[in-house]
Design a protein around this ligand. Structure first.
Ligand code: UDP
Length: 488
């Protein structure tokens, strides 16, 4: 019921230090750790979340924990492993409500489900904890278990919330009312933006921005031959000869006209990435705004038929551009019961399009059997995208925004609060004000695709912004400050 996960991370601080624009940052992190470590007094830090793979939290924990360990912090990772679908449906509902979406009328039985599974998880976690530990609980799934253990054991507990909305609504109120009894025992909470802090946690909350690891398979620099090899192994392009990258056990699959998913086999399927692409990679979640993005792209293509005012390079860009919508193989996602439903809606919309528009849109299911291969495919897709979109209706903070920003991609984000924290409009990317309005999406894409120089300027600024604010080193530093100031 609880999995002890070893945070696998192949690189060391010395590897980061050898990179010119990171060496100063790592040096200052080492100094910070030296001056603060005594304040922790040898206490262990035990982080708990609900999945070892898939989603932003599972992505962030390995580098965070590994760097903490290298700096001398005794850091550990536990994953709660319940298979209870009612529990995951409820925590997904709470997740959506905290984002202001969904039905705020929770069922009377929901608390029983949450209490029962939390008690089971607490019992399973207890044997992995020692007096003096600092428990860091991520998101609502393990929150109840953390609250039980904080009351039972001589430990400190911090709740790390990765989601939020910048206003109170009936939906957010329903979620916080439900969670309030479990929040009370916590010593402290961490949020991504000050706007997300509910009134019950004012005064005992800190802001820490999520961050990426610049040397992970998801974010490291890829040579052109690696990109070609990865995409060929994923069956997304067909190379003319052998490729250098070791072959993958499982390729990506593309939605076919008959509704099935299959690796590309026909020559025309393989041309996918030899044309300009607009890409969105995300979980299949309604709040990620896949459907309006697809509708916006379709509007752009349809408008093209009647536009007579375009310069030749602009017309060519719009004729050739394709949309890539990629997300995890839905069969592999166990804590996301909604994912399959959302994907089914999207597939139905795709299949309702005429064949020439279907050919311009690639719906891709990414293999999840190998975390490394999945990460490499996402990296390669982000690297070779002319525009990366993140059209989220709501977003706490999108790693799928930070990752392509680091790769100097031109970003088209939505105005969701989290994305506004990341992209300064027209400096590091462009923002769509209404992510559910296809016409605005079409106009924004049109302007970006017409202007390569602007895309380059946005990409350069985006990279610098991530360097200065959203790399893992800043995150570790913030945790060090919090652990030593607030808890120890
Ligand atoms: N991701 C992935 N494969 C996928 C879809 C998403 O590796 O098929 C990764 C993505 O690159 C990012 C994380 O999952 O690192 C999603 O984090 P984000 O903060 O953007 O959104 P969340 O899923 O946490 O809402």
């Amino acid at each position: 019921m609880v999995q002890v996960v070893e945070p696998r991370h192949a690189v060391t601080l010395a590897d980061y230090e050898s990179i010119a624009d990171l060496s100063g940052t790592v040096r200052s992190l080492r100094q910070e750790a030296e001056s603060r470590l005594a304040g922790l007094d040898g206490r262990r830090v035990v982080m708990v979340n609900s999945t070892a793979q898939g989603g932003g939290v599972a992505e962030m924990l390995p580098p965070l924990l590994s760097i903490m360990r290298e700096l001398g912090i005794d850091a550990h990772w536990l994953v709660i492993e319940t298979r209870d679908q009612d529990f995951f449906r409820l925590t997904k509902t709470l997740h959506n409500l905290i984002h202001g979406a969904g039905d705020p009328n929770l069922a009377a039985t929901d608390r029983d489900v949450y209490d029962r599974v939390s008690a089971e998880n607490a019992a399973a976690m207890e044997e992995h904890l020692r007096p003096g530990d600092v428990l860091v609980i991520h998101d609502p799934q393990p929150m109840g278990a953390g609250a039980i253990l904080r009351q039972k054991m001589d430990i400190a507990a911090i709740w790390r919330c990765h989601i939020g909305l910048d206003k109170e609504t009936p939906e957010t109120r329903a979620a916080w009312d439900f969670l309030d009894p479990y929040l009370k025992p916590y010593d402290h909470a961490v949020f991504t933006a000050p706007e997300y802090i509910p009134s019950s946690l004012a005064g005992r909350s800190t802001i820490i921005h999520p961050a990426i690891d610049p040397l992970s398979h998801k974010n490291r620099h890829l040579q052109v031959h690696e990109i070609v090899g990865i995409l060929a192994n994923a069956a997304l392009i067909k190379p003319w000869g052998p490729v250098l990258t070791p072959s993958f056990a499982e390729p990506a699959k593309r939605l076919q006209a008959d509704g099935s998913w299959a690796p590309a086999t026909e020559p025309e399927d393989f041309g996918l990435l030899f044309r300009p692409i607009v890409t969105q990679v995300s979980r299949w979640d309604r709040l990620k705004g896949f459907l309006p993005l697809m509708q916006g792209f379709v509007a752009l293509k349809r408008d093209l038929e009647t536009r007579t005012d375009l310069e030749e390079h602009h017309r060519r860009a719009l004729q050739l551009v394709r949309l890539v919508l990629a997300g995890p193989d839905p069969a592999s996602v166990d804590d996301d019961p909604e994912g399959k439903e959302v994907l089914a809606e999207l597939c139905a919309a795709y299949r309702g399009l005429p064949p020439h528009l279907q050919a311009d849109i690639a719906m891709i299911s990414l293999p999840m059997s190998s975390k490394k291969n999945n990460a490499l495919i996402v990296n390669a897709l982000q690297c070779c995208s002319d525009v990366v979109a993140q059209n989220s209706i709501q977003e706490g903070f999108g790693l799928t925004v930070t990752e392509p920003m680091w790769k100097r991609a031109a970003l088209m984000g939505s105005c969701a609060v989290g994305i506004r924290q990341q992209i300064r409009p027209d400096l590091d990317g462009v923002l769509v004000r209404h992510p559910e309005a296809p016409e605005e999406i079409a106009e924004t894409l049109d302007a970006l695709l017409a202007d390569q120089a602007k895309r380059e300027v946005l990409g350069r600024s985006a990279r610098q912004r991530v360097h200065d604010n959203f790399l893992v080193f800043t995150q570790v530093k913030s945790w060090l400050e919090l652990l030593t100031n607030t808890i120890a």
